[in-house]
Design a protein. Sequence first.
Length: 159
Amino acid sequence: MSVTRDDLIDFIYAEARMLDEGRYDEWIDLWLPDGHYWMPLDYKQEDPLHVTSLLYEDIFMLKLRVERLNGARTFSQKPKSRGHHVIQRPFVDEMDDEAGRYVTNTSMHYVETRLDEQQLLALTAIHELKLVDGRLRIANKRVDLLNCDAAFGNIQLLP
């Protein structure tokens, strides 16, 4: 299967829509088993393992997060948080068809709301995608918040 730039861009839009619509089980199926979701604490941070991050979750932790968001007994999510992505057209930074590896870079605004609280985050998301069995999957996702060094309340969902 040949992957086009439009395929990669459509994938990023589809992922954002899944998150906005709360289709977390579909979203978790986009991930490879060894994938990581990383939100650095520092501007231009290079190391997720030896430096503190806002978030560094493997697939086990992502599945736990999805179970909590889907759970009927998650009282801290009554009513549920809602998120909304407003994304710019993603850039395709790398296309390695031979290795089946692709990297995109997407600037966006993300709004998360619950009850009368609303949080706006400006961020850049870098997706490392891999083609596995004819299907694009998320190998890693890095979300760099513009104001990563600010004090944050709880970010319940995933930008």
